[in-house]
Design a protein around this ligand. Structure first.
Ligand code: AR6
Length: 233
């Protein structure tokens, strides 16, 4: 799988960086590592499918559709769908649907890991990470929102407030990460995105209206990929 391939290609990349490698046998991995490090990469979680309880089959169709739409437009940049566990249902659905659509697996792949520790724990360098936010753009709650605000520290909340006070479902906001942020990892920007909510205990619940829900989820992915494109320009 691409995950294993990457793990092999990027051995201890931080300690290799900047070192001359004399041994021929290590040359390949040395250059591959540096090449991969310089490729713009967006890591994103599956929007709305955990706390917001969006249907996984429908969400996986939309992820693959939107990735197919944007992956070529984004040039050499990579898109990576991340989740915490090897048993992630959304990752396996997306992997098989992406394979069916023959999406270039060097430009789009799935990855298991904590989105706030992709480089330090997974040797995967991503310069932009996506947050499945809440409408108030507030830290805490659960899921990936709590993890990103916790890892980045209070400067992310301040930088976010400078860009937007709130989000409507389907919208995204690009936030440059202040250099003083605790989240290093090579991340330069966080993109907050608000997906459609199917959880009756959260604001703006769509009450299983998947006609509207699918439209809003498509908008959410368009907004976040457009946000990534705007960083690359
Ligand atoms: N790293 C990678 N993936 C993660 C991580 C992590 N640290 N944590 C969760 N995921 P969710 P939603 C995956 O619930 O459904 C918050 O409270 C998770 O397994 O974070 O859009 C906000 O404040 C799932 O695949 O987002 C909102 O109120 C995906 O990330 C609400 O939850 C999204 O799960 C948003 O709910």
């Amino acid at each position: 799988t691409p995950i294993n391939k990457l793990a092999e290609q990027a051995p201890a990349s931080s300690s290799n960086t900047g070192k001359k490698v004399e041994d021929d046998q290590e040359m390949g991995s040395f250059f591959d590592t540096n090449l991969l490090d310089s490729v713009p990469t967006l890591a994103f979680p599956s929007i709305s499918t955990a706390d917001f309880q969006f249907n996984l089959e429908k969400a996986s169709d939309i992820i693959v559709e939107k990735v197919a739409e944007y992956v070529e437009k984004l040039g050499n940049a990579r898109l990576v769908l991340v989740d915490l566990s090897n048993g992630s249902k959304i990752l396996s659905l997306v992997r098989s649907k992406a394979a069916q659509k023959n999406i270039d697996s060097s430009k789009f792949f799935t990855f298991v890991g904590d989105i706030t520790r992709l480089y330090s724990q997974g040797d995967l360098r991503c310069n932009v990470i996506v947050n499945a936010a809440n409408w108030r753009l507030k830290p805490g709650g659960g899921g990936v929102n709590a993890a990103i605000f916790r890892a980045a520290g209070p400067t992310l909340e301040i930088a976010t407030k400078e860009r937007a006070e709130s989000l409507a479902p389907g919208q995204a906001v690009v936030v440059p990460l202040p250099s003083s942020s605790r989240l290093s990892e090579g991340v330069t920007h966080v993109i907050h995105v608000l997906g459609p909510n199917m959880n009756p205990q959260r604001p703006n619940c769509l009450n299983k209206d998947y006609t509207n829900g699918c439209m809003v989820l498509r908008e959410a992915y368009s907004s976040l990929f457009e946000g990534f494109a705007s960083i690359l320009r």
